[in-house]
Design a protein around this ligand. Structure first.
Ligand SMILES: NC(=O)c1ccc[n+]([C@@H]2O[C@H](COP(=O)([O-])OP(=O)(O)OC[C@H]3O[C@@H](n4cnc5c(N)ncnc54)[C@H](OP(=O)(O)O)[C@@H]3O)[C@@H](O)[C@H]2O)c1
Length: 326
């Protein structure tokens, strides 16, 4: 079978499409014939070899997320059977051989039924993006119905699904995107207003929209650029959840005093098994009732994984990027 192999950490060029040994499921494991693999920014950090949470042994096949059909189950697995359509959410589980391949072996706990109305590409968009969105809104910010949440960076994998989930929870959602196409998706996902985070005055507009009070919750995808500014517009006693940050910034702690703000970090890698199960149960329920409809921006052939890694870090994101094994 074919898949992507990384034999040394480095740039996108280390992603090599090659023939791989067929992995065999052990006790408690499932082999899935992958029909789609989700590309997450974290995949690029792992590939670089400098990601503080995870440094795989070389060589390895990337990918935590995907969807496909169960091909074979190991001893002791009774949650799925061969032929079942499933999505894979394997981040943080030890047994995953990597979803960027025609076949992947994963622990049974990482394999979930894919509702009939969803495509494999949509299933590949569920794992990290939707579980992160759930954790940010409900486990970290403890968002309540009727509260206003600003999703600063709502047009990407995490942001669009956070918009859908917050809308379904009865919150008033304001999102941001840097392109008109991204803004359209954010609006369609349930945001009442969409701001352009590429324009200098967008946070003044946020203050105006919220009648000067500011949002109670901000879910932040680019804290290295926005954290200080977020605190100037946050409601008093509000919460900011840092989901993404790719650098440092000058920060005035007094702003957090003035607002009595809670600044909450989020790392999916710190979620306990119970928190993961809670998030996945919530996500799965909303996949079934339709409140959560994963948004895929584009698909690329698996052999173009290097191009996908370049694109996932570019500005102008509109939903999720997915790789399809040929
Ligand atoms: N902490 C964790 O455990 C965890 C888990 C998952 C993801 N993350 C991180 O969270 C971030 C988002 O992940 P993702 O999968 O949604 O990535 P993605 O699909 O690439 O989306 C990135 C989002 O950030 C937005 N953005 C770009 N510049 C921005 C700015 N100046 N201000 C506000 N937003 C801006 C993009 O909007 P435009 O493209 O429209 O400009 C887009 O909506 C990444 O940094 C990722 O590494 C962290």
């Amino acid at each position: 079978m074919y898949g992507i192999q990384v034999s040394e950490f480095g740039s996108e060029d280390v992603l090599v499409h090659t023939e791989l040994v067929v992995p065999q499921p052990g006790t408690g494991q499932v082999r899935v014939r992958m029909r789609a693999a989700g590309v997450n920014p974290a995949d690029t950090y792992v590939r670089s070899g400098t990601y503080e949470f995870f440094r795989p042994e070389l060589p390895y096949t990337p990918g935590f997320d995907g969807a496909g059909v169960v091909d074979q189950v190991g001893a002791g697995v009774d949650t799925v059977k061969p032929g079942d359509r499933v999505f894979v959410a394997a981040q943080g589980t030890p047994g995953c051989t990597g979803t960027y391949a025609e076949l992947a072996v994963v622990d049974a706990i990482a394999v979930h039924p894919l509702p009939a109305g969803l495509s494999f590409a949509q299933g590949a968009a569920v794992g990290i993006p939707c579980v992160t969105a759930w954790r940010a809104l409900f486990q970290r910010a403890r968002l309540q119905p009727g509260e206003t949440v600003f999703i600063h960076g709502a047009s990407g994998g995490v942001g669009l699904h956070a918009t859908q989930l917050a809308h379904a929870a009865g919150a008033v959602v304001i999102g941001s995107a840097s392109t008109p196409a991204g803004a359209d998706l954010v609006r369609a996902a349930g945001a009442a207003h969409v701001l352009d985070h590429g324009s200098a005055g967008h946070l003044d507009e946020l203050t105006r929209i919220t009648d000067g009070r500011g949002p109670s919750v901000i879910i932040e995808m680019a804290a290295h650029l926005n954290l200080e500014k977020d605190l100037t517009v946050l409601a008093t006693a509000g919460r900011v959840v840092i989901v993404g940050s790719r650098g440092s910034l000058d920060f005035t702690p007094r702003l957090a005093m003035v607002k009595e703000a809670a600044i909450l970090g989020l790392a999916l890698w710190n979620a306990t098994p119970a928190e993961k199960a809670d998030a996945l149960a919530g996500v799965a329920a909303h996949l079934r009732d339709g409140a959560l409809a994963p948004i895929v921006v584009d698909t690329l052939p698996l052999r173009e994984a290097a191009a996908a890694h370049r694109r996932v870090l570019e500005q102008g994101t509109r939903g999720k990027l997915v790789l399809i094994p040929e």
